[in-house]
Design a protein around this ligand. Structure first.
Ligand SMILES: *Cc1c(COP(=O)(O)O)cnc(C)c1O
Length: 392
């Protein structure tokens, strides 16, 4: 076995696809301490800057005082505490749905909901760039899988027309996690309606961020629960804590409680985490300035990049990509940024398609305009472009 593993690892290394972890020492925030130096962090998903919020720390501590550490069992045995129940009700209210069901992670929510809803005689339609957990859920369901080119509604329409499956489910990211573009949800909802398909939106990167009140990509497009009956959200990104949920009507949630294996056969998440998350939902609402700050930083970054000739992928969300092509170029730039004390992660295949290795920059409400300026100036210098310019 070892020889086999060593050969596989060597092959990855040779292809610039080897991944390694960097160890840091403190809370998730713009300045991170690592190997004795401070680094400016532009790669977390902590979009609202809540992960290190003093009130969330206090809520987590209070939750631990009240409930201890572990849940002790799965939800269906005796791990379902009042803290979990209250959070589910808060999530249902937050998303405007009848009910919500907590999962331990977004990965597990997607495995659970897709494999519960579909069987072998059904069909699934996924955007090519959907998150890996959606693809894994699709494969687990054993339904017939169709993948359409990224955001290609015509291809999807053709695939749907030619299908006689018993049930059809269209599955999409709300905000695509590696590109930052927003799915064309109105078109997807129309297609779902026209072809009697169900629609699942995984809004991991939209919730808390998009829309006037942060209700995500559905609010962005003013779509209701009828247009998108199955909504998946995660709690470890904009909400700064951990966990995930599925929101929908009461029958959907009751069906998932009975059948979603990644819900049933696993320990409930720590109740204190649920206590902290409920506080995070409130903060995401009451501290709406975080969304305003984030929007202003996104605008600053995009305007500054345009002025310096830095080629950004199209995106109005906190996820901003620069395509570099091959994995080696991405790694070189990653290393140069690191030397300039910037932590921006290079994303390589298989996370993104072959030949589209990139820098994935993420902005948060906790960044300052000065930090964003420094990032822009450094990127411009490293990409050998005009520095601090005023147009071309
Ligand atoms: C991060 C992410 C997930 C996984 O959520 P976790 O809670 O981190 O497991 C699922 N879907 C999308 C689109 C994501 O970006």
């Amino acid at each position: 076995m070892r020889a086999h593993l060593q050969a596989a690892l060597a092959k990855r290394r040779a292809a610039s696809l080897y991944r390694r972890r960097r160890v840091h020492h403190a809370a998730q925030q713009p300045l991170l301490r690592l190997d004795g130096q401070d680094l400016l962090n532009f790669c977390s998903n902590d979009y609202l800057g809540l992960a290190a919020h003093p009130e969330l720390r206090a809520a987590l501590q209070q939750g631990a005082t009240d409930y201890g550490c572990g849940a002790g069992a799965s939800h269906l045995i005796n791990g379902h505490s009042q803290a979990h129940h209250d959070l589910e009700e808060a999530l249902a209210a937050y998303t405007g749905r009848e009910r919500a069901l907590l999962f331990s992670t977004g990965y597990m929510a997607n495995l659970g909901v897709i494999s519960a809803l579909l069987e072998r005689q059904d069909a699934l339609f996924l955007d090519k760039w959907d998150h890996a957990s959606l693809l894994d859920g699709a494969q687990l369901s054993r339904a017939r899988l169709h993948r359409y080119p990224h955001q290609d509604m015509q291809q999807l329409a053709r695939q749907l027309e030619n299908h006689s499956a018993r049930h059809k489910l269209i599955v999409t990211d709300g905000v695509f996690s590696m590109d930052g573009d927003i799915a064309n949800l109105p078109a997807l909802a129309d297609l779902a309606r026209a072809h009697e398909a169900w629609l699942l939106v995984d809004d991991a990167h939209g919730l808390g961020v998009l829309g006037a009140t942060g209700r995500g990509s559905l609010e962005h497009y003013a779509l209701d629960a009828e247009a998108v009956p199955v909504l998946v959200g995660t709690l470890g990104k904009a909400f700064g804590v951990f966990g995930a949920f599925v929101a929908g009507d009461a029958d959907l949630i009751e069906y998932l409680i009975q059948t979603a294996r990644s819900y049933i056969y696993t320990t409930a998440l720590p109740p204190a985490v649920a206590v902290a998350t409920r506080r995070a939902l409130q903060l995401a609402d009451t501290e709406s300035w975080r969304r305003d700050t984030l929007r202003a930083l996104i605008r600053q970054f995009r305007d500054g990049a345009a002025a310096r000739g830095i080629p950004l992928m199209p995106s109005d969300t906190p996820i901003q990509g620069i395509i570099l092509g091959d994995a080696e170029a991405a790694l070189r730039l990653d290393a140069a940024l690191f030397a300039a004390k910037l932590w921006v992660s290079a994303i390589r295949p298989p996370t993104v398609p072959q030949g589209s290795a990139r820098l994935r920059i993420t902005l948060t409400a906790a960044h300052t305009p000065e930090q964003v300026e420094y990032l822009l100036d450094t990127l411009a210098a490293l990409l050998s472009l005009k520095k601090g310019g005023n147009g071309r």
